[in-house]
Ligand binder design. Structure first.
Ligand code: ADP
Ligand code: MG
Length: 290
């Protein structure tokens, strides 16, 4: 029997930019270098790496909005940069994104309800009453109240507004969400709540995630698999997060180092001990409900 088709498949994707401005003098930046990866249904791929390593570019390539110079991106078997525009439009609704900065992701002059119902208006033919009901249900799904539909962005906290952005992202019941540093600007307590919400929604709605972050402890919370990026390349991969202690690339080790306990006596010299320490922090966070 043939293996099931992956939800998302990238084959040898490369993307470069020419630096603009008087200081960069058109210097070529290779943001993504021959990247191949695949993702199955209900899987969460953690994409980590230092700032500038090419994570967001890869996220945009996956979303079909940043055309690579070479390589192919298949989503549900459709080449996102191919010729079949009708098929591309059809699968685009199954691909959504949540960014780090929720305040700039929504129009400050639009109520939460209006923001959430925008994708519904673009892709569905719900009448006013059905839209109202759907928006109320979506707000409840993300832990807010249906009445919150009438509030403006400035009337929400950062965590609440990120819930609104998640409600908007799931409004068309997508199959894949790219979460680009989606919890990075939130404090640890709210981070944990949003990570738990994302985990719950993934189960309930059968979604897959590409979870982009520079914070390995947040990634460890949600991801099934891991890809570490450095200078546009995937330099290390894990097929299970259980093996987090086996990471060896210097970038991976530095990311683990960043989640080490503050006290020097709790630090140990080996990579394995560093990883174990990182895991313990995650577990302690969970047991304390943060
Ligand atoms: P990350 O999300 O890991 O921080 P990015 O994908 O944003 O990394 O950026 C990777 C590299 O590509 C960086 O050197 C960045 O300056 C460059 N880059 C990203 N987008 C553009 C763009 N639109 N124009 C020029 N350079 C870009
Ligand atoms: Mg980024």
């Amino acid at each position: 029997m043939a293996a099931a088709q992956p939800l998302l498949e990238l084959r040898d994707v490369s993307k470069h930019f020419h630096g603009g401005g008087i200081f960069k003098q058109g210097r070529k930046v290779q943001a993504n270098k021959q990247i191949s990866l695949s993702l199955g249904v209900r899987e969460c791929l953690g994409l980590v790496g230092e700032s500038g390593s090419g994570k967001s570019t890869l996220g945009r390539v996956i979303l079909g909005i940043e055309k690579p110079e070479s390589g192919e991106v298949f989503f549900q078997g459709v080449n996102l940069y191919g010729k079949d525009k009708a098929a591309i439009r059809q699968v685009r609704r199954d691909l959504q994104v949540v960014f780090q900065d929720c305040f700039s992701s929504v129009n400050p002059r639009m109520t939460a309800g209006a923001s959430i119902s925008e994708p519904l208006e673009n892709y569905t033919r719900l009448n006013y009453r059905e839209q109202l009901r759907t928006v109320g249900e979506l707000l409840e799904l993300v832990g807010l109240n249906p009445e919150d539909a009438y509030k403006y962005p400035h009337q929400f906290s950062g965590g609440q507004l990120q819930r609104v952005c998640i409600a908007r992202a799931i409004s068309l019941r997508p199959k894949l969400i790219v979460l680009d540093e989606a919890v990075s600007s939130l404090d640890v307590v709210v981070q944990k709540q949003i990570l738990d919400l994302l985990s719950k929604l993934r189960e309930e709605l059968d979604m897959s995630y590409v979870f982009i972050s520079h914070d390995l402890s947040a990634v460890a919370h949600l991801a099934d698999r891991l890809a570490v990026m450095c200078a546009g390349e995937i330099v290390e991969r894990l097929d299970t997060m259980e093996d987090i202690h086996c990471l060896t690339h210097p970038v991976s080790v530095a990311l683990l180092d960043a989640v080490l306990p503050a006290l020097p006596e709790n630090r140990a010299g080996t990579v394995c001990d560093i990883a174990a320490a990182a895991k313990t922090i995650g577990e302690e966070r969970s047991s304390h409900g943060i």
